[in-house]
Design a protein around this ligand. Structure first.
Ligand code: ATP
Ligand code: MG
Length: 419
């Protein structure tokens, strides 16, 4: 029986990889320009890191984690997100002792046991950026500005930035009670999960994708009406800083995000091109996460970009595939020997050259060169070789010329268009 990949786990094939590399390179360039450094963290952690950090009563922890017991009996989990691990690393390695402010980013796979569909997979990639150690709303705006700048730089258009505030630990209980009271009157409309959430974590109901639950919350009380003075001030400042930077946003009082650790600022960037899985990025402030996992009181803010969804939005006309520059067509054994000598030289100079490993007719070699979309073909015939020459064919305008093999490198470097 043929072995296939697991459902929800994708291969990223050579004809798609150009887009991934482009997105990753742009992220590194933009984020490093904003003073962020890369951090690489393990893909497996102790289960408690996520259950405590993300929150027991969240969808991720309740039903989406890949949790298993290892041979020593430890409960381990494939990371469903990166923020908790980055916070753990910051504490564990006392990164704060050098400078309390850490700006970190990380790119890699995440794992969630969700129903696979377009834009939703069980292994998916995220680009994460986090700032630890700053409470000032300036940094909330800075992170959002960086995110939008990055999304525009990779070519996304028609994006909508939605923001909300979730208040803090002190204003949340009052709101939660109000919300529970309101939703209790609509409990007949709620799905089974939300009936339970009504008791455990009513805020999660905002995130439910079931239509009747979405209808139930239409007139629900808004967090923003229950936040205290400090949280209000923080939110006003964030909005002010965004306006100063010329960024437009939409207030979405129903956006609560799927993780329990968020406090105050929450944001999403959505694209209406994506259909129902329309969120490309989610993020927010989490001033309690650190206390949950390590006892230190460190504020944090950041975002995670879903790479699959981002990549599906890249401009269609942009070319991401790297074609070889040159094809060496050799005729006869001697010419093959020369082609082998040349190709090794060219590769060392960064010229993407190809040849046929099986001696074939010129016609079939030209066919392959055509298929590979090379810019030039160098035809090595026995006759020309004796004179130290070869024929260079331009595949765009089909012109041909005889060139000196001794000058091959300079000739190619002056003609090839390098990407
Ligand atoms: P959603 O509401 O779509 O489930 P989420 O709130 O669970 O998103 P986050 O945990 O904030 O998402 O992750 C940030 C981003 O990661 C999302 O905006 C999305 O682009 C991407 N993402 C999340 N889950 C998946 C998945 N299962 N497959 C592909 N991308 C995902
Ligand atoms: Mg989700």
């Amino acid at each position: 029986m043929e072995i296939k990949a697991i459902r929800g786990f994708n291969d990223i094939l050579p004809n798609e990889i150009g887009k991934w590399q482009f997105v990753e390179e742009t992220a590194r360039e933009v984020f490093e320009g904003f003073g962020f450094s890369e951090i690489r963290i393990p893909i497996i952690e102790r289960t408690e890191l996520f259950s405590r950090g993300i929150g027991e009563a969240t969808d991720i922890v309740e039903k989406e984690m890949y949790t298993f017991t290892d041979r020593s009996g430890n409960s381990l989990t494939l990371r469903p997100e990166a923020t908790a691990s980055m916070a753990r690393a910051y504490l564990e390695h006392q990164i704060y002792s050098f400078d309390p402010v850490a700006k970190l980013y990380c790119i890699g796979p995440m794992f969630r046991y969700e129903r696979p569909q377009k834009g939703r997979y069980r292994q998916f990639y995220q680009i994460d950026a986090e700032v630890f150690g700053v409470e000032n709303p300036m940094v909330d705006a800075e992170v959002i500005i960086m995110l939008i700048h990055f999304l525009k730089k990779v070519g996304l258009e028609n994006l909508e930035l939605q923001i909300n505030t979730l208040g803090c630990r002190d204003c949340r209980p009052k709101y939660r009670e109000e919300l529970r009271k309101f939703l209790a009157t609509k409990s007949f409309q709620l799905c089974e999960d939300c009936q339970r959430r009504l008791q455990t974590n009513p805020l999660r109901i905002f995130d439910c994708k079931v239509e009747s639950c979405q209808e139930a919350i239409v007139d629900a009380p808004k967090v923003v009406d229950f936040i205290d003075g400090e949280c209000q001030k923080h939110f006003d400042k964030v909005k002010g800083y965004l306006e100063m930077a010329g960024l437009s946003y939409i207030l979405n009082p129903r956006m609560v995000r799927g993780l329990d650790y968020y406090t105050r600022t929450a944001f999403e960037v959505v694209s209406y091109q994506l259909g129902s899985q329309n969120a490309v990025t989610g993020g927010g402030r989490y001033d309690n996460l650190f206390q949950e996992i390590g006892g230190l009181d460190v504020p944090g803010i950041g975002f995670a970009i879903g790479m699959e969804r981002l990549i599906s939005l890249l401009p269609k006309e942009k070319e991401f595939i790297q074609y070889p520059h040159l094809f060496l067509a050799a005729l006869g054994e001697e010419a093959y020997g020369e082609a082998y000598r040349l190709i090794n030289q060219l590769h060392l100079e960064g010229i993407r050259a190809e040849l046929d490993y099986e001696a074939k007719s010129l016609k079939s070699q030209m066919r392959r060169a055509d298929k590979l979309k090379v810019q030039y073909v160098l035809i090595l015939g026995e006759e020309e070789l004796k004179r130290g020459k070869a024929v260079l064919r331009n595949m765009t305008d089909k012109s041909q010329e005889e060139i000196l093999i001794n000058n091959l490198l300079e000739t190619l470097k002056s003609k090839i268009v390098f990407d």
